[in-house]
Structures are given as C-alpha cells and as structure tokens.
Ligand binder design. Structure first.
Ligand SMILES: *Cc1c(COP(=O)(O)O)cnc(C)c1O
Length: 381
C-alpha cells in the first residue's frame, strides 16, 4: 500500500508502523545491549549486540530508505561519523574528489586524517563540470563527494551530470544532502550511489539529537564494508536518540516546506535592502546555481540562506550581535532560526567571505524574522 502513498504520508505515519506486541502507534525503544541465542547457537531475532545494530533503528532506517528511494539505510552516531565511514571504506592510494565548498569540519578531517591514511585528495569546484572531468584519474579515482546545496554559499552541483561523468569510470558518487533534505531532492534517483545526511539537522529538526545517516542505491560490497566499519567502531546513535529522530522525521515535510517558503521570502526581501550587498539563495533567479537548483530541487530551495553585509566583517559581526529573535549559534535545520558568522568559525583557508552571515530559517512567523534582521541591520546604515 505504502508504494503509492506520497512521501508526506509515509513520513507522518512512519510507514504506518504499529508495534506487533502492544499495538502501540509509536515503536518501542530497545535499551538492551545483548540478545539471546537459540539452543542451536543462532540468533532467531537477527539481533546480536547493540554496538553493531539496534532494532530501534529499523523504523527510521526503513523510512529513510523509502524517502530516498534507496535499497537500505544506516543510522550513525553523527553526520560526521556517517560521512567518515564512506571514506574509511576506501583503500590507501585511492583518489577522491571533494568540493571546494562543503561542510568545513568534514573537509578538514579528510584533508588531514585521510591524507595521512593514504587517500589522494583533490579539492574541486563541483559547480564546474569541465574541472571535475579534468580531475578524474581513470582507474584511480574511486569517489566523488558532493554537497549540494554546499554549505554555506549554497553552491549547486549537478548530480545527474556528475554521475554521468563518474559512471564510465566506476566512480562512486556520494552526496551530502543535509541541506536539500529528502523533501526537495532525492540524489539516488539522479544517479548518485550514496546519500548522506546529518540527521542532527532537518531530519530530527528539534536541535536535541546528534545523528547521521547513509542511504545506498545498492546493497553491495561497499555497503557491507561500511556496515562492518559501523559495527566495529560502534558509531551508532543511542536508542533514545534513534527514537527521537523518528519522532522528528514525522513532521519533516511540514517543517522543511515552511522553512523553505520563509527562506525564499526573506531572500527576496533582503535582496532589495541597501545594507545587504548580496543574498546567496538557490531560489533567487540571480543566484549562479539557480538553473541547476530548479532541475534537481522540487517544491522549494531549502531553509538556508546567507547574506553579505555592507561594511565588511565588523558590520556583519555587529549585525549578528544585535538580533533579538534569531539565536546566535552554530548548526542549522531546527525549528528555531539561527544566525552565524561563518568565516570566524571556519578560520584560515575558508572560501567564505568575512562579511557573510549564515541564516538557518526555522518555522517562526517570517515577518517576525525579517523585522528582527532589519532592526539589527539598522545601525549599520
Ligand atoms: C552538520 C553537518 C554535517 C555534520 O553533521 P553532524 O551531525 O554535526 O556530525 C555534515 N554536513 C553538513 C552539510 C552539515 O550541515
């Protein structure tokens, strides 16, 4: 039945799950670390030891598989843990391409630890197909890592075109789709092999769970290697967090659609403001990746935008200091709106301009959010 249902319906009902034992409409949380063997030494329940897996993950993983139209999903202890598992599944000597604009901590970890570990890494402008094509080393390049929209400039990478470049060379295409969310983009349907999300952000949506996920198009040898890495490292969320994550995902569509509509409204308003030199938002026709965004994002362009404040770094930091409603904090994708001066977080080597403020638009009234920004920008005039 759920085959024909809309994604909103599948999310709201968590695929219609009802607990067999109790008829509860919310699945139970399993706190056990270990499970009984049968007399023949087998594990009839399929559950063995909770460092590797937990039955509490299954409803969330099934829903993610469905929303991304994949073959399987795995929850991780964080978005970083999920992403790292993909890189650790490669072999020393393998060559990878990563984006110039991407989640900063992940980029630093890849360029530091994975370089020491023997991966060959090239940082590429993933909005430039010719640059990607030129960077591919046939037979050596194993992975193209994409993040689209790319944090915090919201750079667009054309997933379908890049997957077409990768396919003849058997290169894995993995997409950090944290910002796009399954509401707007399904990278596996565009040719990607793996989708990653920081579930800490929109999937959970309430700023109270650290978690991550990977979803695969094919349950193949690479996927099994990733599963083994998770089992050995124990990079799994706690059962309570997995349960909260499923709770959050039930309202994913409501929250993300609201945030995306508000973000577009704010982008359009702020674009006309003389105190703002540039608004970066994939939904604006003036944005350089707008055409690609229209191609691969449906129903909205996400809840993240950035503004460049006239007057430079000091004016930007002063603006962030004057907001009353927006919360000055890192992270994104929660119901409450957050503002952050990214360049000072990312430090040396960042592609982020120093006058940029990153805005994560929550589900508050959009005019309340706009008015707070306008009063904060006021003293810059
Ligand atoms: C937050 C974030 C991550 C890392 O996720 P954690 O859950 O914080 O480990 C990765 N990619 C993007 C785009 C993010 O916003």
């Amino acid at each position: 039945m759920s085959q024909q249902l809309k994604p909103e319906t599948n999310a709201a009902q968590a695929l219609g799950i009802v607990d067999n034992e109790t008829q509860a409409v919310v699945p139970p949380v399993s706190h056990a670390t270990t499970y009984i063997r049968a007399e023949d030494n087998s594990y009839p329940s399929g559950n063995v030891y909770a460092r590797a897996d937990n039955p509490t993950f299954k409803p969330a993983e099934a829903l993610l598989t469905k929303l991304e139209q994949g073959a399987d999903a795995m929850l991780f202890s964080s978005g970083m843990a999920a992403a790292m598992a993909v890189f650790k599944a490669l072999k020393p000597g393998d060559h990878v391409l990563i984006p110039r604009v991407m989640y900063w901590s992940l980029r630093n970890w890849i360029c530091d630890h994975m370089a020491n570990w023997g991966l060959q890494i090239d940082v590429v402008d993933m909005s430039d197909l010719a640059a990607i094509s030129a960077a591919i080393r046939p037979g050596i390049t194993r992975l193209i890592w994409l993040e689209t929209p790319g944090n915090p400039l919201w750079t667009q990478s054309d997933i379908a075109e890049i997957a077409a470049l990768a396919k003849p060379h058997n290169i894995i295409v993995a997409v950090d789709s944290t910002i796009g969310t399954p509401v707007h983009t399904q990278p596996l349907t565009l040719g990607a092999d793996i989708v990653m999300h920081s579930a800490t952000k929109y999937l959970n949506g309430h700023s109270d769970v650290i978690s991550g996920t990977l979803i695969c198009k094919q349950n193949d040898a690479l996927w099994q290697r990733i599963r083994t890495i998770r089992a050995h490292e124990g990079s799994v969320p706690g059962p309570q967090d997995a349960s909260l994550l499923l709770r959050g995902m039930r309202t994913l569509f409501l929250r993300v659609k609201h945030s995306s509509a508000s973000a577009l409204y704010l982008a359009e308003q702020l674009q006309q403001d003389p105190r703002v030199s540039e608004v970066l938002y994939p939904g604006l026709p003036s944005f350089s990746g707008h055409d690609i965004a229209c191609k691969q994002m449906q129903g909205g362009f996400g809840g993240m935008l950035s503004i460049r404040v006239k007057g430079g770094e000091q004016a930007a930091i002063a603006t962030a200091a004057r907001v009353k409603l927006w919360k000055r904090a890192t992270s994104l994708g929660g119901v409450e709106s957050l503002i952050e001066h990214r360049a000072s977080v990312e430090g040396e080597g960042t592609p982020v301009p120093t006058d940029l403020l990153r805005l994560s638009v929550g589900i508050e009234d959009p005019d309340d959010l706009l008015n707070d920004l306008l009063q904060a920008l006021d003293s810059n005039a």
